[in-house]
Design a protein around this ligand. Structure first.
Ligand code: ADP
Ligand code: MG
Length: 470
């Protein structure tokens, strides 16, 4: 059995939905379980609807809700279903839209948008996409059944960033999904969303459908987790400043985890965790070119001796430099920082220390608010002299770094001579080197690094073309 996850762009119109259906059809013998994202942009639109209702009242959200609904109706019309099926799906679209309308009215009336309400509203994107996919699949003769993710993906009540109960997922998916497969049918479910044990809708964070797919793959003991998307696979860089990118054929779990953590958006950072636990290969595949090999991520990829496999960029990070206001033992400083990080749920990604001075790099632009109004920053300020720089980026070179770095560090520094390096980090990970720099310098730095490690050189069979042959 395999899990096949299709991202938002791969289901964003009728033609792409039909293409996804035919990809599933081709893999039919491998007992696919399909996981879907909302159509491209839908989750953000829903979020905008909710904040519009909150800030400007219900009427202001009416027109955008109608256009959200009509986008899905347009896809339905383009699917060319028979009249009865089209009618039935149309009715469900009406029902969902009316439900969203009720929630938006509630938000406007109460003048309150809690994380819980937000999750309830955001979850509709995936309900619409699975509805359309199911209809398209059935009309092509695929025997699919939609399983509501809320009945299997049980999570805690940490809304917007809910954490799954993997034991419960295993029990429930064995009870509801396996029987569908055993009947020779194809289960389809929503990524991104779940529910608490009490049935309150939750979401696992933006872009988390990849994570849903791998959680499900691990729970079901799948032989492969396929992430179908709009690029050829993991590219040598996702940065738009580079045009001669290549597709990396093989990566280790560690390399893929590091790349996604450091900004390679093609894979949600948590995706590989469940796959590692059960040692299940993850493949990134190009929906527009289903015959291409894509990228295969395993525990032990074929050794190649190629030191650098890809360059990741995270363009919105905040660097916070700190020095204690009064003499403080280092372990106390660390405890204070850890406590603030925990209290404000910050995401540190990189740390360097030198004596009593420390620099922490956070995934939270401006630490969650404009720098001067951030309560977290104020909390740091009561203990430390702080210099906060919210306009930073991290550029990470990922591959097989030995402790000698095989000259990789020297080569990287050699081409970054005209880059302002706030921080260079090497040593914590044996798969990455990271450089923190002003955001406006990233394009130039990435181009230099990419030229150094990927241009022209004989790279062997590890890299393939990034573009789909048309
Ligand atoms: P999906 O909707 O299928 O989940 P995403 O937009 O989340 O797709 O991820 C695919 C996008 O990730 C690509 O279109 C590309 O712009 C971006 N990306 C960033 N870094 C990389 C990388 N190293 N390799 C491939 N894609 C990358
Ligand atoms: Mg994605």
């Amino acid at each position: 059995m395999i899990v096949m996850k299709f991202g938002g762009t791969s289901v964003q119109d009728a033609a792409r939905i039909r293409a996804a259906v035919s990809i599933v059809q081709r893999h039919r013998d491998r007992q696919p379980v399909v996981v879907l994202s909302a159509i491209a942009g839908a989750t953000r639109e829903l979020l905008t609807l909710a904040t519009t209702a909150l800030e400007q009242g219900w009427q202001a959200a009416c027109a955008p809700l109608a256009s959200f609904e009509n986008r899905h109706r347009g896809i339905l019309a383009d699917l060319g279903l028979d009249a009865a099926a089209e009618h039935q799906v149309g009715d469900t679209i009406t029902t969902y839209a009316e439900e969203i309308e009720e929630f938006l009215k509630g938000v406007a009336l109460l003048k309150q948008l809690t994380r819980q309400t937000q999750d309830t509203i955001l979850g509709y994107g995936e309900r619409f996409s699975t509805l359309l996919f199911q209809a398209a699949a059935q009309s092509s003769g695929l025997d699919v059944e939609t399983v509501d993710a809320a009945t299997v993906m049980i999570t805690d009540a940490r809304f917007r960033a809910a954490r799954p109960d993997r034991a419960e997922l295993e029990t429930r998916s064995a009870a509801t999904i396996l029987p569908i497969i055993a009947q020779g049918r194809i289960p389809v479910t929503q990524g991104f969303i779940g529910a608490t044990r009490d049935g309150i809708p939750t979401t696992m964070g933006f872009e988390a459908s990849d994570y849903s797919a791998s959680l499900l793959g691990a729970a079901l003991g799948a032989s492969e987790i396929q992430i179908w998307t709009d690029v050829a696979g993991m590219l040598t860089t996702g940065h738009t400043a580079v045009d001669d990118v290549k597709c990396v054929r093989e990566l280790s779990f560690d390399e893929a985890a590091e790349l996604s953590l450091f900004g390679a958006k093609v894979l949600h950072p948590k995706t590989v965790e469940p796959a590692i636990d059960r040692n299940i290969p993850v493949r990134i595949m190009h929906a527009a070119n289903p015959d291409a090999p894509g990228t295969t991520i395993t525990a032990a990829p074929t050794p190649t001796g190629v030191p650098v496999k890809s360059i990741a960029v995270k363009e919105q990070v905040t660097t916070l430099r700190m020095r204690p206001l009064s003499p403080t033992p280092r372990h106390v400083s660390l405890r204070v920082i850890a406590e603030i990080v925990d209290r404000y749920e910050l995401s540190p990604i990189l740390i360097t220390t030198s004596g009593h001075r420390m620099a922490w790099v956070f995934d939270d632009p401006g630490l969650g608010a404009a720098a001067d109004t951030s309560p977290a920053l104020a909390a740091f300020g009561t203990h430390f002299d702080t210099i906060c720089n919210p306009d930073c980026a991290i550029v990470s070179v990922v591959g097989e770094m030995t402790e000698r770095a095989d000259g990789t560090l020297a080569r990287a520094l050699g081409v970054l001579t005209d880059t302002t390096l706030h921080i260079a980090s090497h040593g914590a990970s044996d798969t990455s080197l990271s450089f923190v720099m002003p955001r406006h310098e990233t394009a130039h730095a990435v181009r230099k690094l990419h030229d150094e490690f990927f241009a022209g050189a004989a790279l062997g069979g590890l890299f393939g073309p990034a573009e789909a042959p048309r």
